[in-house]
Design a protein. Sequence first.
Length: 188
Amino acid sequence: MNYDFALNTRYDKSAYEALAEASWQLFRKPRMQTQTYPILIALAALTLFVLIRGQGRYSPPVLIGAGLFVVLLLASIPLSGRSAKAKMCRTAVKAATSRGEFPVDIQFSFGQESIRSKVGEQVSMVKYEQATGFAALGEWRFLFFGPAAYIFHTSAFASPEESVRFRTYIEEKSGTALVTLKGTGPQR
């Protein structure tokens, strides 16, 4: 069988950290911004409103406690992202380790109709039409298939030109445009 691209990649801790960052930016962060963050901000605003409206009625310990509560609510927004990404990475590494697949070397072959992945002797195929997203985070590339993703570092390509050809090829075959995410991701 002829393949248009053949890549070898390694799923190690840095690959899973990059995947956690990409998953956070593409899926979890938008959901948090629409569901959780408005509630936290509303609670902080309500607390401040009650404090301002009842000015002079509250003792200093209550004012200090309420002020700390507001700071905690607002601080939980960036902290939740950091902890969620760390948890996603830990969970992925733990699952791969329990299967005896950490770190693991994977061979990808991109043919006309499908992508073939090989881990040891285990081979699987997936059609391009099943791709749900294509993203870049610094030097990392991700091809998403629902909750799963193929992870590539640009060092897997023979040259920068091959990386550009790969991008065009995947966009054409899968019908998904490359989404460039903020940040650089972990170093390899």
